[in-house]
Write a protein that binds this ligand. Structure first.
Ligand SMILES: Cc1cc2nc3c(=O)[nH]c(=O)nc-3n(C[C@H](O)[C@H](O)[C@H](O)COP(=O)(O)OP(=O)(O)OC[C@H]3O[C@@H](n4cnc5c(N)ncnc54)[C@H](O)[C@@H]3O)c2cc1C
Length: 346
């Protein structure tokens, strides 16, 4: 089989890049190990505009959000939603009020409250909070639909890919029966552990999340304080998450489960019943400067990477997949802050 691009990994990065390359008339073959280490299958897919203790808007967020909204709406997986960030102290509330004066933040802040119960009397928002205009992305739907399309077209190999099994030459790469003009690694945090892009400054971080049933009244917004709780309707919630930089694997742990349940309960003024129906873990492909890694290996011109989407892949991936495809197909320059050439090769 001869194709233009062999893509390794069918998470958010590989799926959107595959769609962009096909849209440009290129031929592809994707190899994925049935999501064995998929961060995208674990993510809640939240797009939270202002984040962190300092409650800041990520640089470039309006442009990234607009592109993500357009592309993911086209794909039928964009879910507009409000996110209620409950402040943890007076200092954070002061920051929240200040952000309403910033013009780029304004479209993303619907309302700031300053006392408990102003928005919803069932919540423990002692310092008030900010109701933000955000979204969540139905990642399982996106991944399974793209997979079905790839399977139907005969463009998917379900296999464990080993970088050592690829031979590369000036003409292209060969992996098993696939001859490709080039290879693109979209294998999430696995590129931090082996393969040609291991030299980059990755900072992978494990996180866990729960799906649970609760008797708490459904809320019309996502709750956010330290972690988050996403109401899916009819008493079903997803809640997460934590950050762990050692023990990078997909194994859920009992201590984190207990912590996530405690935190979920802490959002509500009354005692709530909880029954956990699923508990999963994944590893975020984070990077040292919180920007994606995109581009070509410094010594292997046929070997490319589209990864490092970090904790906010849904925000970055749609626009960056388009820019990566334009780079691969039309030779358009990558934006400097995302081009992996910003780091010298080992
Ligand atoms: C707990 C948690 C919560 C998160 N919450 C959010 C959130 O709310 N919002 C948000 O935007 N982002 C969130 N993220 C981050 C988000 O998941 C990532 O940014 C994004 O999904 C990364 O996509 P990817 O395609 O680069 O990697 P992945 O989704 O990891 O995809 C890589 C794919 O490659 C496959 N693969 C790997 N190695 C091989 C191999 N050797 N052979 C074959 N296939 C292979 C994997 O199985 C997988 O299918 C969260 C992540 C975690 C872990």
């Amino acid at each position: 089989m001869q194709v233009d691009f062999l893509i390794v990994g069918q998470g958010l990065a590989g799926s959107l890049l595959a769609k962009e390359l096909l849209r440009r008339g290129r031929t592809i073959h994707v190899v994925d190990d049935r999501w064995r280490s998929s961060s995208s299958q674990v993510a809640a897919g939240l797009m939270t505009p202002l984040t962190g203790r300092r409650f800041t808007l990520t640089k470039g967020y309006p442009e990234l959000f607009a592109a993500a909204q357009a592309r993911l709406t086209e794909l039928g997986v964009f879910r507009p939603a409000q996110v209620y960030r409950m402040f943890v102290d007076d200092e954070q509330r002061a920051k929240g009020i200040k952000r309403t004066e910033c013009t780029s933040c304004q479209p993303f802040i619907a309302r700031v409250t300053s006392a408990r119960g102003e928005l919803d009397e069932g919540l423990t928002d002692d310092f008030g909070g900010a109701l933000m205009n955000g979204a969540w992305v139905d990642l399982p739907k996106l991944l399974s639909e793209v997979r079905a399309e790839l399977v139907a077209a005969g463009n998917l190999a379900e296999a464990n890919f080993e970088p050592a099994d690829v031979t590369s030459s000036a003409e292209g790469v060969v992996w098993r029966q696939v001859r490709a003009g080039a290879i693109v690694y979209c294998d999430g945090y696995k590129s931090a552990q082996r393969g040609p892009f291991k030299y980059l400054p990755w900072q992978p971080a494990k996180g866990e999340s729960l799906t649970l049933r609760s008797d708490v009244v459904d809320k019309p917004f996502i709750l956010n304080r330290e972690g988050w709780a996403l109401p899916l309707g009819q008493g079903v919630w997803r809640t997460g998450t934590n950050w762990q930089w050692d023990q990078l694997d997909e194994a859920p742990t009992e201590p984190q489960k207990e912590k996530l349940i405690r935190r979920f309960r802490s959002y509500f003024g009354e005692e709530v019943q909880v029954e956990v129906t699923a508990h999963i873990a994944g590893v975020r492909p984070c990077t040292s400067d919180s920007h994606p890694f995109m581009g070509t290996h410094p010594q292997q011109p046929r070997t490319h990477l589209f990864g490092g989407l970090g904790p906010r892949g849904t925000v970055w991936a749609p626009l960056m997949a388009d820019e990566m495809a334009a780079y691969l197909c039309e030779g358009r320059a990558l934006r400097k802050e995302c081009d992996l050439a910003r780091f010298p090769a080992a």
